[in-house]
Ligand binder design. Structure first.
Ligand SMILES: NC(=O)c1ccc[n+]([C@@H]2O[C@H](COP(=O)([O-])OP(=O)(O)OC[C@H]3O[C@@H](n4cnc5c(N)ncnc54)[C@H](O)[C@@H]3O)[C@@H](O)[C@H]2O)c1
Length: 350
């Protein structure tokens, strides 16, 4: 397994060190050879060299079995140009059209909702990852004046909508799940989201054993807080997926707990915690490494090592139950110590 590791900025570096530690332990214990190549691409690198990533950067990434990213974003790079190239650029260039975000509460005490627990928070979100409003098509006219006009286009293609909806149904089928909910805003965005409506109905008809439902995004946001237990698989566009998975992160106990995969099935894919670089926390040994460690587990699952991924998830869950966590989820440990606790649980065969 050849893995490219981009620790990036801020707490990305702190949490990546722990994910790397866990991968090292998995290699030692379970005989999985993992070669990690650390790439320096980050705000520091950009400020030093003027280069966000090398000209052949995307080809280089394609040569690995998977890519692991900590987080990117630094206040010294005002336009976050490096993050755009490294993260958004890779999603587009490697055509990583599936943004896979499992939302699973590991311990009842972490749930922010009253009288809700693990049985209520266990679903996955598939966010379309290559289209929508994130394609940066548009422009500004008379910028900086009171007559300024700003246009930001949303792109929806049949191919893009179809493949993410198809993926959601295939995932549900393979996981023996029975419900897929598609969310859009077709009442207000009658053109682009009519395409989502049509494709969803067409694809759903091919899966009679799966209950297909639809919610407008505002209703979905409300129900995720009011009654998340009704959801198994959610599929939505790039922007809405970005937002609802932060709600999902909160339901799991906080952004530090949430993992994600940016996937093109069968090709090199990228795995990263959902959170950003949290500059105020950087280098202080306080960031929660669990989102990063669970992202490493997703990565192993995706490259054919599901057993090792599950071992990591079990070790994380055991550490969370034992309260061996950072302060954001109620523990007293530092980032490194929380990582050590998970490594120790792997040794115990958890
Ligand atoms: N995928 C990414 O790399 C990514 C995602 C989101 C934001 N960003 C970038 O990160 C920078 C900071 O953005 P932001 O502050 O909006 O979001 P953020 O996720 O960095 O932080 C939001 C809040 O969550 C807390 N938090 C996040 N991760 C945590 C962790 N592991 N442990 C404990 N607490 C944690 C932070 O203290 C903060 O209060 C910006 O430059 C932004 O563009 C990058």
């Amino acid at each position: 397994m050849n893995i490219a590791v981009i620790a990036g900025d801020g707490i990305g570096k702190d949490v990546t060190a722990e994910a790397v530690k866990v991968l090292g332990r998995v290699e030692e214990l379970f005989g999985l050879p993992i070669a990690l190549e650390h790439l320096p691409w980050s705000a520091d690198h950009y400020l030093k060299t003027g280069e966000t990533m090398p000209a052949n950067g995307y080809d280089l990434l394609r040569s690995f079995d998977a890519v692991f990213v900590g987080a990117l974003g630094d206040p010294r790079v005002a336009d976050n140009r490096h993050a755009r190239d490294i993260l958004l650029g890779t999603r587009f260039e490697l055509d990583l059209y599936v943004n896979y975000r499992p939302v699973k509460l590991l311990d009842d005490r972490l749930c922010p909702l009253k009288d809700r627990g693990r049985k209520d928070v266990n679903f996955v979100v598939f966010r379309e990852n290559t289209e929508g409003v994130y394609v940066s098509i548009g422009g500004r006219f008379k910028a900086g004046t009171t007559d300024e006009i700003a246009v930001q286009e949303e792109i929806n293609t049949w191919k893009g909508v179809h493949r993410i909806i198809r993926h959601a149904f295939e995932y549900a089928k393979a996981s023996r799940l029975t419900k897929v909910c598609m969310s859009d805003k077709s009442n207000a965005m009658a053109q682009g989201h009519a395409l989502w409506q049509r494709v969803f109905k067409e694809v759903a008809a091919e899966y009679p054993a799966i209950k297909a439902s639809h919610l407008y995004i505002d209703a979905l946001a409300m129900l995720l807080v009011k009654d998340p237990g009704q959801f198994e698989v959610i599929v939505t566009n790039n922007l809405f997926g970005d937002i609802v998975t932060d709600i999902g992160g909160a339901l799991q106990g906080g952004l530090g707990m949430a993992a994600s995969g940016n996937i093109h099935p069968g090709r090199t894919s990228l795995f990263e915690p959902v959170h950003g670089s949290a500059p105020p926390l950087a280098g202080k040994n306080v960031a929660n490494p669990i989102g990063a460690i669970l992202s490493a587990a997703l990565m192993l699952e995706n490259i054919g090592r599901a057993d090792d991924g599950k071992r990591i998830e079990d070790a994380v869950e055991a550490a969370v139950h034992a309260g061996q966590t950072t302060a954001d989820v109620g523990g007293t440990l530092g980032t490194r110590e929380a990582g050590d606790a998970i490594v120790a649980r792997l040794r115990d065969g958890a």
